[in-house]
Design a protein around this ligand. Sequence first.
Ligand code: AMP
Length: 399
Amino acid sequence: MPIRYIDESKDLKGKKVCIRVDFNIPQDDKGNITEDTRIVGAVPTIKYALDQGAKVILASHLGRPKGEKKSKYTMAPATRRLSELLGKKVKQAPDCFGPEVDAMIASMKPGEAIMLENVRFYPGEEKNDAEFARKLANGCEVYVNDAFAVSHRAHASVEAITKHIPVIAAGFLMRNEMTFFDKAMRNPVRPLVAILGGAKVSGKLEVLETLLNRVDKVVIGGGMAFTFLKAMGYSVGKSLVEDELILTAKKIMDKAKKRGVMFYLPVDCIVANAFEATATNFITTVQEIPEGWMALDIGPASATLFAETLRDAKTVIWNGPMGVFEMDAFARGTFAVAEAVGSAFATTIIGGGDTDSAVRKAGVDTKVSYISTGGGAFLELLEGKILPGVKALEIKTRK
Ligand code: AMP
């Protein structure tokens, strides 16, 4: 069913517009924001609403305060950063609702914005509680969801709230996410190549199953590759393996063959004698991983092979690092793949926090077509699921 976007919505002038954003940004020990991509991503929607003369009431979660008011998780630093980005003061509310918040809202003029406190200060948020959602809605006339990264959660500020506000719409960040996803998965220009990495097969099983029905090639790196390599009969030493999934891994490879999906695994790797940044390490083929050693990155031949798979690609989706890229000694494979994705003559879509930071560290973030702001939400879309936060925006009987 269709979704209405904020610029297709009714006149916003003078209206109280609640915008759910995802300002769940990383901070250092002193509360300094270390990465503001999510705030930057929501600016176009907020700016649009302000320019239309809306009274903008922003809601977000931050961290895991577990239903309690903990000052460590205040939205204040994000609100300050947003004010800088907008060039306009956004006031920080002391709570999500209550007399003080009501007074702040009552004194708002068109074109002004306030930020509510962390919605996860209340247990009702994660319980999708109707009463909490009603209080949060607080008489707003329009609700806009621009928080893609949390839209796979049926939480009150994402789902239940849509039942308490008459006009509902999605923001521009949400539109970008859905548009690029559609481009990649529903209407891909082929060949469509999916690169999957990260720690475990178990976390990406459903994604793999769905992808096999849609893609032309699958490239597997990271820790998850070693369950497949073991399933092929190789000894993989102390590399990460999920023994209980070996049969499943075999089935996946069979399915790929039956469907004519090219299935690529690493041909070489960097093995280490310990899971440590300073561990002794060397390059070897996947056939010759020594007993007691663990593979922590793909090797240079695999990086070349994987880059080769992208040569004719027209659409590329990448989720998950090729190795333990947090340690310099095991980051080269991920960066090489980032380079290859950045240089591909294709629509390239990156999803997941690790992959996002790898692409930025490799300096190719401006060369890819789209970096999704969602980790879990992106994976759930790849699994073919309908996100509860998106479903709640579908126009049913609403005008
Ligand atoms: P995921 O959240 O499943 O995408 O996994 C990301 C994590 O996988 C990163 O923290 C990597 O360090 C880790 N990872 C990637 N390759 C390996 C590997 N070969 N062995 C162990 N961990 C890995």
